[in-house]
Ligand binder design. Structure first.
Ligand SMILES: C[S@@+](CC[C@H](N)C(=O)[O-])C[C@H]1O[C@@H](n2cnc3c(N)ncnc32)[C@H](O)[C@@H]1O
Length: 331
C-alpha cells in the first residue's frame, strides 16, 4: 500500500511533526501592527511558527494569510497589493488578530473561518457541512474539456454539444457549477449522500442563479438517477484509505469524515463508480475520476482498464479519464 495515497494534499510544511500543545498567541501591543502588510507578515510568522497545514484552497502560509486578511476586510484577494500599505482601524485590527489566533488555536481551515473559498477564480460558500473544495477536476475542465484555445487536450469534442453531465459526490456543488460553465448547453445532475452537503450545494447553485440547469439529488451514487445517461460523469469521491483516515491532520478533522473515507484501501466508492458508470454513459462519453495519490493501487485494482492519467499544474496521476467504450459493459 502506498502510504502517500492516504494523505490529503498538503505542503512540505505539513509533513513535519506538528506540536500537540495548543498554541498560545504572543501578545501584540496596541499600534504595533498598523498596515495590511503588517498583519500579513504577522499571520505568516504565526502560521509558520506553528507548522500548520495548508491544503484548503491555499497551499502555503503566505497565500493563506493573504486570503484571511482580505476576506476579513471584505477585499478581493487581487486587491491586497493595492491596499497593502493602508492602515486598518482598531476594530479591523481586533478582528484580524482574533481570526489569526482562531486559525492557529483551532486549526480550522481559513475557508471555514470566512465561509468562502475561491476555485478557478470563482467564490463558493463553504462551512463544516462540506469538504473545502480543492479538486483538480476544476482545472481539468478548462484544460481538457473547455474546447477553447487553452485546451491542452480535448477529450469530449465541442463543449456546446455536451447536453448531460453528472457530478457524483458533489459536496458544495463547486464542480457541478464549474461544469455548467464549461458546457453551456448541458443539464447537470449532482448527487451527494449527505443532506447537509446538499444544503450548501443548493445555496451555491442559487448564488449563481443556476437552479434551472443544475438538479441536486440526495442518495447513494447512481441510486437516485434511475436509468439516466450522461455524456460526461465527473467525480471527486471519498478516496482516503484506512491508514490515511487514522492520520488525518487536525485541519482535515474539521471536514466531514464521509467526504474522505474510502474504506480499507481507499477504493470502496471508486470501484462502485467504475462498475456502475457504463449503465449511465452515452456511447462517446466518458468518466473523469479523482483518486488522490494512489495511481499504483488503482492500476492494480483495474489492470485491464486503459486509464488515461490527467495532470494539472499541481498534480500528477491523481485523476483518470476513461472512455465509455473502454469500460466493461454493465452487468
Ligand atoms: C471528496 S468530497 C468531494 C466534494 C466536491 N465534489 C469537491 O470536489 O469539493 C466527497 C463527497 O462525496 C460524498 N459522498 C460520500 N459517499 C457518497 C455516496 N455513497 N454517494 C454519494 N455521495 C457520497 C460526501 O458527502 C462528500 O460530499
Amino acid at each position: 500500500m502506498n502510504a502517500e495515497r492516504s494523505k490529503p494534499k498538503t505542503t512540505a510544511t505539513s509533513r513535519v511533526a506538528r506540536k500537540a500543545a495548543p498554541a498560545r498567541a504572543p501578545k501584540v501591543g496596541r499600534g504595533e501592527l498598523v498596515t495590511l502588510f503588517d498583519f500579513l507578515r504577522y499571520a505568516v510568522s504565526r502560521f509558520s511558527e506553528e507548522q500548520m497545514v495548508f491544503a484548503h484552497g491555499t497551499t502555503d502560509p503566505l497565500a493563506d494569510a493573504a486570503f484571511l486578511v482580505c476576506e476579513a476586510l471584505h477585499l478581493h484577494p487581487d486587491q491586497f497589493e493595492m491596499f497593502a500599505s493602508a492602515r486598518v482601524t482598531a476594530n479591523e485590527a481586533a478582528k484580524l488578530l482574533g481570526l489569526i489566533a482562531q486559525r492557529v488555536r483551532t486549526r480550522k481551515p481559513t475557508a471555514y473561518l470566512v465561509n468562502k473559498v475561491y476555485m478557478r477564480g470563482l467564490p463558493f460558500y463553504v462551512d463544516e457541512r462540506v469538504i473545502v473544495p480543492r479538486s483538480f477536476i476544476g482545472e481539468l475542465l478548462d484544460s481538457h474539456f473547455g474546447g477553447g484555445e487553452d485546451a491542452a487536450v480535448d477529450l469530449i469534442g465541442d463543449p456546446a454539444d455536451v447536453t448531460r453531465v453528472l457530478d457524483l459526490c458533489t459536496g458544495s456543488g463547486c464542480l457541478a457549477i464549474l461544469a455548467s460553465r464549461t458546457f453551456p448547453n448541458a443539464q447537470v445532475d449532482a448527487v451527494d449522500l449527505s443532506k447537509d452537503a446538499l444544503k450548501v450545494a443548493a445555496r451555491n447553485v442559487a448564488d449563481y442563479g443556476l437552479e434551472d440547469r443544475i438538479s441536486l439529488h440526495h442518495g447513494d451514487l447512481f441510486a437516485p438517477l434511475g436509468n439516466a445517461r450522461y455524456d460526461l460523469i465527473i467525480s471527486n469521491p471519498p478516496y482516503v484509505d484506512a491508514q490515511g483516515m487514522a492520520g488525518l491532520p487536525r485541519e482535515c478533522r474539521h471536514e466531514p469524515a464521509m467526504a474522505f473515507d474510502g474504506g480499507d484501501d481507499g477504493l470502496d466508492i471508486v470501484r462502485r463508480i467504475v462498475s456502475e458508470a457504463p449503465a449511465h454513459l452515452h456511447p462517446g462519453g466518458g468518466l473523469v475520476c479523482e483518486i488522490g495519490r494512489g495511481r499504483d493501487v488503482v492500476e492494480a485494482a483495474f489492470p485491464d482498464l486503459p486509464l488515461l492519467w490527467l495532470d494539472t499544474e499541481e498534480s500528477e496521476g491523481e485523476v483518470f479519464w476513461i472512455d465509455a467504450a473502454a469500460l466493461p459493459a454493465a452487468s
